[in-house]
Design a binder for this molecule. Structure first.
Ligand code: CIR
Length: 259
């Protein structure tokens, strides 16, 4: 089955990005663009058909398409990002997703960033972050309950999004930084802890049986490999200065065509 990945070129105004939990450092735009291009190549190498949206020059964070939508097998939820600068990012992603899914929308005043939404089968965890709130959790329950999903709000500390703290690894395990989120929420899952020297390493992206992972975190990468993961490393350190990671730069899903 085809795997589709939606990505978006880096905005020339990336340096004006939102920052929440890290300090600003100078961003080299060309390096960020080159790293992003290499990330897209990796997605293609892993068998994805990549839909590359054009850059949104006036939307500094728009490369981080994950925050604009949650794509499930049955439907897609278009979010309402918590940062006002990011709210205009959703329209073009909704247009790109419309051929593949029925769309539902998070409505004001709720806010939700896709980076806060961790899908583990029919269980959905939503980070209660500076970007996503309990009203969004309620709306998701209303929209997704009929499809058999349970939706649980999860408090965070010290990080931007839930998926900064915990992500899914193939096979039902999670990669987790237990300093940022309480592991008890994921008690039923096998847990792989990040190496203590690599607190930002909990974000990994499973694609077609492989795990896309930042080369900046070799100790945790080795732990994943020891766990049996087939790890493909990417350099994304320039985008990490904008508080982005590997899941943030794509929406990966199986397309349902001909709708
Ligand atoms: C932001 O603060 O919204 C961006 N600078 C970074 C967003 C990263 N997205 C993600 O983790 N899903």
């Amino acid at each position: 089955m085809t795997t589709l990945a939606i990505t978006r070129h880096v905005s020339p105004r990336l340096a004006e990005c939102e920052l929440t939990c890290i300090d600003a450092s100078p961003i080299d735009l060309e390096r960020a663009q080159a790293q992003h291009a290499a990330y897209v190549r990796v997605l293609r190498d892993l068998g994805c058909e990549v839909v590359e949206l054009p850059a949104e020059p006036d939307l500094p964070d728009s490369v981080f398409v994950e925050d604009t939508a949650v794509v499930l097998p049955e439907v897609a939820i278009i979010t309402r990002p918590g940062a006002d600068s990011r709210k205009p990012e959703t329209a073009s992603v909704a247009a790109a997703l419309a051929p593949y899914r029925d769309l539902h929308f998070i409505e004001a005043p709720a806010t939700l960033d896709g980076g806060d939404v961790l899908v583990m089968g029919k269980e959905i965890y939503v980070g209660l972050s500076t970007r996503s709130d309990t009203r969004a959790v309620e709306q998701l329950r209303g929209l997704l309950g009929p499809f058999g999903y349970t939706v649980t709000g999860v408090p965070l500390r010290g990080c931007l999004h839930l998926k900064s703290a915990v992500t899914r690894v193939d096979g039902g395990a999670v990669l987790i930084n237990e300093d940022w989120v309480d592991a008890a929420h994921f008690g039923a899952c096998e847990r792989i802890a990040v190496d203590p020297a690599e607190p930002h390493a909990a974000n990994c992206l499973p694609v077609n049986g492989r795990i896309v992972f930042p080369q900046a975190f070799p100790r945790t990468g080795e732990k994943l490999a020891r766990h049996g993961c087939d790890v493909v490393t990417v350099a994304l350190d320039e985008l990490a200065k904008a508080e982005g990671a590997v899941t943030c730069c794509s929406l990966v899903f199986a397309p349902v065509r001909g709708r």
